[in-house]
Design a protein around this ligand. Sequence first.
Ligand SMILES: NC(=O)c1ccc[n+]([C@@H]2O[C@H](COP(=O)([O-])OP(=O)(O)OC[C@H]3O[C@@H](n4cnc5c(N)ncnc54)[C@H](OP(=O)(O)O)[C@@H]3O)[C@@H](O)[C@H]2O)c1
Length: 326
Amino acid sequence: MEYTVFRTDGQGGLRREQVSAAPLPSDGVRVAVRAVGLNFRDSYVIRGNRYRAPLKDAIPMTDAAGVVAAVGSAVTRFRVGDRVCSTVLPNWIDGPLSAHGMARSTAVLAEYFDAGENDLVAAPPHLSDEEAATLPVAALTAWHAVAELRVLAEGDTVVVQTTGGVAVFAMQFAAAMGARVIAVSRSEEKLRRSGAWATINTEVYPEWDQQVLALTKGEGARLVLDMGLNDSLRRSARAAAYEGTVAIIGVVQEQTNPLDIYTVMNKNLNVRGVETGSRAMFERMNRFMAQHNLHPHIDAVYDDVDAGLDRLASSPYGKVVLSLRY
Ligand SMILES: NC(=O)c1ccc[n+]([C@@H]2O[C@H](COP(=O)([O-])OP(=O)(O)OC[C@H]3O[C@@H](n4cnc5c(N)ncnc54)[C@H](OP(=O)(O)O)[C@@H]3O)[C@@H](O)[C@H]2O)c1
């Protein structure tokens, strides 16, 4: 059998290749890709940015939903026809993150990809293929920060910066847990769509941390999801409550920014990095989404990779998804 894969050409584009299917190992699962979710990093992997050259000869993208097309003789977790999602760090099954957990990733921009049976999770039955393809990175990272850190309780306040893929999931999860969401964004239109308990437009209030304090009667937020806005780490620490947590998720400005260690120290803050999540977290998230009938916010679905990447670069609300024909 032959099938199509896409590889980065190192010049901001992709080239299409036909490859012959390798024999499946006994624990292997071949997945027919139905939809691919785009993430912030996919853009610089393919197109590069000010600080990084595009990768050459790599199959990009990590987030796929698909159908099991074939299984090896020893596979017990899945059967042909099952709907599955990829995992971004397939070695991280459960428990704390380790070097082993970080050692391997996934590459899914292809008609089929082969995985070990332990590398996949069942796609939530209440979600379409396009919806399920948004989960492996953005939803899981948001779930990790909002639920798995176990710092946010019903009635607590959480600040979520931006209205991109991770942020919109974080708002959905936090609201479903009964928390009060304060959304922080450059876009008034997207803030209106967020349905958050309160919103702060950074174009109007660059000192958004002061607004968080005003909205919380001086108390601050129990949890702040920091996406690396301009000067955001200092502001996130100021916006957090005493004994609160600043979860460092990303750097949308391309460069990191300084942390005010005095605020961290004086407020007993917990400043915590958040790397995607384990397969066990993914499965707990899927159960939560099914229980609360949560559906991802999909901004748009494209059948062309360039069009999808262009949309991603234009600050969509929620997720951009590819549904490719071969
Ligand atoms: N730690 C992890 O495991 C993990 C996982 C996924 C993503 N991330 C990181 O988290 C960040 C957000 O990822 P995402 O997938 O949610 O991204 P995304 O869907 O592309 O959304 C990015 C959002 O950031 C806001 N933004 C503010 N300043 C920006 C700027 N200068 N350039 C681009 N966007 C800007 C925009 O929202 P507004 O218009 O509302 O301001 C935009 O919609 C990225 O840094 C990404 O690398 C980390």
